[in-house]
Design a protein around this ligand. Structure first.
Ligand code: NAD
Length: 511
């Protein structure tokens, strides 16, 4: 992995970057100083004058102006722009991964995986740029043609979380661009350098393609007030927001008041059922990757293990022995599997959740703060396993940290009921060799989540499928399949090529 200084130099980013970007042109933000700190050791990576809501009108004007031309550019030419963005991500893959590791604390493998996800979604979007198709529908009237067209929607506001500081933007931006929409990005205030690095990549492509209006890609690095200003802006027909359920609720209300569209990707509380016929070796590996990967800071992190009572003791014993020797520490060092939590706030949330779990009868294994063998200045914890008798209390909440609650079940019906009995509905999985159980889990009365897996953990989705969840997860779908439809408006066309004027439903209206 390249060093951060070298990576930033290659990407053309200085130590005091601008917070407001229209294509390749940067401007100083009008707000207070914002520091990007590394969760690895607390060091300051960059300082900015943060943007505020006062800086929002400039990016909105640029994106509206860009939309006027971008919407008329043929889809495959918009795809060429995205193809070049993807290629530059390939070229700078190591540098970008280094920025992710330093600013979000991901281990090298996961940081590289995130950049790969950006490349994958760009490839997907390039293909899509030739396939934005509508239906032709049989008309009830003679010599009439009834069909659908999909048109660009307008500038899209994209608000993102810290834990996937590049991929979530790319899921939105690559699709929005091929659909003919400019993007206004408000990244997490915890990972501004990652966003500036992505903007620098796009700026390089804009230089190569002078006919693309710079306002197709704007970036505004600021706090919650900037997100709120975007949510109320009528210039943005779609707000795609990724983050906590509390944030999504606030955004949804603001967007609904102005009758805009929102695409919400919010918190998860993901479960796995381990049935008696499960292949236990495979199951244990799936549990550990899903529960402790990214230090429990994925929206799809496994948080609830629902194990058949006949296996529970064995599963807990095997997990405890693995948890005791997990390599935790500097995410840049080879062999480390678990890096730091993002900040002190995450550590206190974990601590408080474990206290509450104990009060509710939970037996907690692990979960302690580590001081030795880890870089000082960062927040490092041992992932926690909590055997808990009931799913009613703390288990209902998403604590964004590596806590895995273990619940026991007797019957398959009970397992499904426990599984679905949380407010969130993002990702789910079942480990079983019983085909009937697997199919029942995937069927209408099975898992109520947006992602339903069999013999694979809940985390680590591919970009080809639609990604998102139900209930308090917000109902949005991003990335693959037909998620692109969220970024376009549909026009239904009726074309009469006859010399008569027959009315639908056989209505007669003679004049
Ligand atoms: P967060 O909710 O604290 O912040 C997310 C973003 O929303 C940030 O950019 C923040 O500045 C902005 N924001 C906060 N309040 C706002 C408001 N009222 N109006 C507009 N913008 C506002 O989330 P986080 O701590 O950065 O990320 C962790 C959360 O994100 C977890 O709940 C996780 O499950 C969720 N997440 C979900 C998905 C998904 O696809 N479902 C993906 C990644 C993360």
């Amino acid at each position: 992995m390249t060093s951060l200084t070298y990576a930033l130099e290659r990407l053309g980013i200085g130590s005091q970057p601008n917070a407001v970007w229209i294509g390749g042109s940067g401007a100083v933000g009008s707000g207070d100083e914002l520091r990007s700190r590394s969760p690895i050791d607390g060091s300051v990576l960059a300082t900015f004058a943060s943007a505020t809501s006062a800086d929002v009108p400039a990016v909105l004007t640029a994106s509206i102006e860009a939309f006027r031309t971008w919407r008329t550019v043929p889809g495959p030419q918009r795809g060429e722009f995205v193809r070049r963005v993807g290629n530059r991500f390939r070229e700078f893959k190591d540098d970008l991964a280094s920025v992710i590791s330093w600013e979000a604390g991901k281990i090298t493998q996961e940081a590289l995986g995130e950049v790969q996800e950006v490349i994958d979604i760009c490839d997907f979007a390039v293909g899509l740029s030739r396939q934005l198709h509508g239906l032709t529908i049989t008309s009830e009237r003679p010599q009439h043609r009834l069909s659908e067209q999909w048109h660009p929607l307008g500038p899209v506001g994209v608000i993102t979380a810290f834990n996937f500081p590049m991929a979530v933007w790319a899921w939105n931006a690559a699709l929005a661009w091929v659909c003919g929409d400019p993007v206004v990005w408000k990244p997490s205030e915890k990972t501004p350098l990652c966003a500036i690095a992505c903007q620098a990549i796009v700026a390089g492509v804009l230089k190569e393609m002078p006919n693309v209006p710079p306002g197709v890609s704007t970036l505004i690095v600021g706090g919650r007030d900037v997100g709120e200003s975007l949510s109320v802006a009528p210039e943005l027909p779609l707000i795609s927001a990724t983050g906590s359920t509390a944030m999504g609720r606030a955004v949804a209300e603001s967007v609904a008041t102005r009758l805009g569209r929102s695409l919400l990707e919010l918190g998860g509380n993901n479960g796995m059922i381990v049935a008696p016929s499960a292949d236990l070796d495979l199951t244990i590996r799936a549990i550990v990757f899903s529960a402790v990967g990214t230090c429990g800071q994925r929206c799809t992190t496994l948080r609830r293990l629902i194990v058949h009572e006949s296996l529970a003791d064995d599963v807990v014993k095997r997990l405890r022995s693995i948890y005791d020797r997990l390599p935790i520490g500097n995410p840049l060092e080879q062999g480390t599997l678990i890096g730091p939590l993002i900040d002190e706030q995450a550590s206190s949330a974990m601590h408080l959740a474990l206290i509450r779990a104990k009060v509710e009868g939970g037996r907690v294994h692990g979960g302690e703060r580590l001081q030795e063998g880890v870089p000082s200045g960062g927040v490092y914890v041992r992932p926690a396993l909590v055997e808990i008798p009931t799913g009613d209390g703390i288990v209902q909440q998403e604590t964004f940290a590596p806590i895995l609650y273990v619940l026991r079940y007797k019957t398959f019906e009970e397992a499904i009921a426990i599984h679905n009995d949380v407010p969130q509905g993002l990702a789910s999985s079942i480990m079983t060799s019983d085909m009937r159980e697997a199919e029942r889990f995937c069927a209408a009365a099975g898992s109520d989540c947006g992602i339903v897996n069999v013999n694979v953990g809940p985390s680590g989705a591919e970009i080809g499928g639609a990604f998102g969840g139900e209930k308090a997860t917000g109902g949005g779908r991003e990335s693959g399949s037909d998620s692109w439809k969220a970024y376009m408006r549909r026009a239904t066309n009726t074309i009469n090529y006859s010399t008569e004027l027959p009315l639908a439903q056989g209505i007669r209206f003679d004049i």
